[in-house]
Design a protein around this ligand. Structure first.
Ligand code: SF4
Ligand code: MG
Length: 325
């Protein structure tokens, strides 16, 4: 069967007065039906722009300038805005860090949910209302019947984000793109929402791209993970492989800075240095100035190597180790 989403060599650039920057540079990954992909990186890594590119929401002065975005085999980079409008909210949904980006503050939840269904499907109001009620129940909102009559501000942050997920799931989309959706919430609530969303997606066969700066969030949730740095994917593979045994020095650093059981009480390791500006990337490997393993070879940009476990890593050191096997 065709994967739900295949991003191939995606490139998205912004053309500013200060020059052109490549925010997404040769990014590729695949998400199969019902799978969860964690897209991980610091701010400025290009993870959100990747999400926006898939959704057709990159605005001037930016645009997708290369590659393919195959959604169930159809290349979305060829879509018109009109085609994209039909796709968003029905076959692809999105959830953002601030639920108010998708919720209308002056409309009751029932109105918004019924509209969301009827914008894409010809069903009666009564049926739409029934589905809205079920959807709120599914995402763990108590007394959905009554809560339907509420306005967005009458929900707590966590409940509001659940409503956003309920709306995202309404039309049984093939794909949900969630951009740091739980970052603003309490850790326990984050974990609950993640767990429940993943369960619902598995049941309906919906694929999920979960964008986050926090590797721990992805650990218990994703099937696969893509780590981005300065616009490129530096490591991708099965989540357990990547977390148990990171191969790219940047992933290693990220995991070093995550508190784990055996290191409790010890200070977190920080990756020295700062994310480079996309306007002024170091020559060769973008991670070079922060990398403890950097060598002369790293003055040339590394290409992707494939490890025995299927993992993809963009690093000279890994490439060299593989060549000695
Ligand atoms: Fe470090 Fe070189 Fe690998 Fe870049 S290519 S991550 S500088 S070892
Ligand atoms: Mg972001």
């Amino acid at each position: 069967t065709v994967p739900t989403l295949q991003v191939e060599n995606l490139q998205t650039q912004f053309f500013t007065k200060a020059g052109a920057v490549t925010a997404v540079n040769d990014v590729s990954f695949t998400v199969n039906r019902g799978e969860v992909l964690g897209l991980v990186g610091e701010s400025g890594s290009g993870k959100s722009v990747t999400g926006f590119s898939i959704l057709g929401l990159v605005d001037q002065p930016g645009r997708v300038t290369g590659g393919k975005i195959l959604f169930k085999g159809e290349d979305l980079t060829q879509y018109t805005e009109k085609q994209y409008k039909q796709l968003r909210g029905s076959r692809i949904s999105m959830v953002f860090q601030d639920p108010m980006m998708t919720l209308n503050p002056v409309l009751r939840i029932d109105t918004q949910m019924v509209e969301a269904i009827r914008a894409h499907e010809n069903v009666s109001k009564a049926e739409a209302l029934q589905r809205a009620r079920d959807a709120l129940g599914q995402v763990g909102i108590p007394s959905p019947e009554e809560r339907l009559k509420s306005y967005p501000h009458q929900f707590s942050g966590g409940m509001r984000q659940r409503v956003a997920f309920a709306i995202a799931l309404l039309n049984k989309p093939d794909l949900i793109i969630a951009d740091e959706p739980t970052t603003a919430l309490d850790v326990t609530i984050q974990a609950q929402i993640l767990y429940e969303t993943q369960k619902l997606c598995r049941e309906t066969g919906t694929s999920l791209v979960w964008i986050t700066h926090d590797l721990t969030v992805v650990a218990g949730l994703a099937d696969t993970v893509c780590v981005m740095y300065a616009g490129k994917v530096v490591e991708s593979g099965k989540v357990d492989d990547v977390l148990d045994n990171p191969k790219h020095p940047y992933t290693e650093g990220l995991i070093g800075s995550v508190p784990s059981r055996n290191k409790r009480g010890q200070p977190l390791t920080q990756i020295p240095g700062m994310t480079p500006s996309l306007f002024n990337l170091p020559k060769g490997c973008s991670f070079r100035e922060r990398c403890q393993y950097a060598s002369d070879a790293c003055q040339q940009a590394p290409s992707i190597s494939k490890c025995e476990d299927g993992r993809l890593v963009r690093c000279h050191r890994v490439e060299e180790a593989l060549s000695h096997v």
